[in-house]
Write a protein that binds this ligand. Structure first.
Ligand code: SF4
Ligand code: SF4
Length: 141
């Protein structure tokens, strides 16, 4: 049994202690550098080796060749467990884990995210050099 004096001290200390929680969603926590959030695919870096598909423990990645050296990636976020194994596996750093964590969704079809293929700088000389190699998810973005 806790001594009443000790309990009172504990209550008083807690009253003036900074809370361990934040008022989410009004206050958002900055994720640490190595946080494993939503996976991002950079199409021009992909060589289509499909090692990510082989190593994904939940089989939620589909890499499809859609043109000459052009690949698109499809993620079933309802199965992804955000382990980032695919990021570690990819030999070309075409996959990265972002800090995006607000992924709850009421519409199931929005959990399928497609990163469409983009031309590589080599296959499209007209592409501007500074063009950010980002793909936009078809849905849910
Ligand atoms: S492991 Fe990387 S390079 Fe290979 S198919 Fe997957 S994303 Fe593309
Ligand atoms: S984070 Fe894990 S579960 Fe999600 S796509 Fe990558 S390997 Fe698969």
């Amino acid at each position: 049994m806790i001594h009443p004096g000790k309990m009172a001290r504990e209550v008083l200390t807690s009253l003036f202690r900074k809370p361990a929680t934040v008022l989410y969603p009004y206050v958002k926590v900055q994720m640490p550098d190595r946080f494993r959030g939503k996976i991002k695919f950079t199409s021009p870096l992909c060589i289509g080796c499909k090692l990510c598909m082989r190593d994904c423990p939940t089989n939620c990645i589909t890499i499809t060749k859609v043109g000459d050296k052009q690949f698109q990636a499809e993620f079933d976020l309802d199965r992804c467990i955000y382990c980032a194994q695919c990021v570690d596996t990819c030999p070309k750093k075409a996959l990265e884990a972002t800090a995006e964590y607000e992924l709850a969704q009421l519409q199931h079809d929005k959990l399928k995210v497609i990163f469409h293929a983009e031309p590589t700088p080599a296959s499209s000389p007209a592409a501007p050099a500074e063009h950010a190699p980002q793909s936009q998810p078809a849905i849910g973005a």
